[in-house]
Design a binder for this molecule. Structure first.
Ligand SMILES: [Zn+2]
Length: 195
């Protein structure tokens, strides 16, 4: 149903937004081709105006998005991420470096730290998203980023529930759809066994 829900904390929201560019439930993809992808990334401040993208770079974005969704789906089930997704992420992230950037504001307030990519274009996009995943894993927020357990939806959402047990992007939407489907399947099975 693609309930946007509450934003994920910190940089993790950028990861959720990136994966949810593919709206499976409604069959829409904001990264469908290089034109659409360039437009979306530019609007997000992740792409320099006038910079072009190759088909290969677009494929890398799709691969990264698939890997992130597969890892989020494992979070939904409370499982370890699939090895192939982790390898895919590592292969994509490896060539793109980022540096630690410290900042102090004038006056008071604590020093802040962030990771800044070395490159513009695709390398920068991958580095920014990889840094966001790094931050989330360290903060313990990563395992709350989940992919909706309705196979027709798979929307990424941030699970804020106390027991970390949310499985659907929306309890009233996908949750009730899946539960109703299971109920009908059970009815059908028991009807089939009737004499
Ligand atoms: Zn859903």
């Amino acid at each position: 149903m693609n309930d946007p829900g509450n934003p994920a904390p910190g940089a993790l929201e950028a990861v959720r937004g990136f994966v949810d560019t593919h709206d499976i439930y409604n069959g829409r993809d904001e990264l469908a081709d290089v034109e659409a992808a360039t437009e979306w990334l530019t609007a997000e401040g992740l792409w320099g105006k006038g910079r072009s993208m190759t088909g290969r770079e677009l494929s890398a974005l799709h691969e990264l998005r698939d890997a992130l969704r597969a890892m989020a789906a494992a979070n939904t089930l409370g499982e370890q991420p699939p090895r192939a997704a982790v390898d895919s992420f590592n292969d994509l992230a490896a060539p793109h470096a980022a540096s630690v950037r410290l900042d102090v504001r004038n006056g008071s307030g604590p020093m802040t730290a962030s990771l800044r990519p070395h490159e513009e274009g695709i390398g920068g996009v991958v580095a920014v998203l990889a840094a966001a995943v790094h931050e989330a894993v360290l903060l313990g927020t990563w395992t709350r980023l989940k992919s909706c357990d309705n196979p027709e939806c798979r929307w990424l959402f941030y699970d804020e529930s106390r027991n970390r047990a949310a499985r659907w992007c929306s309890m009233r939407g996908c949750g009730s759809i899946v539960k109703a489907r299971r109920y009908r399947d059970r009815q059908r099975r028991s009807a089939g066994h009737a004499p």
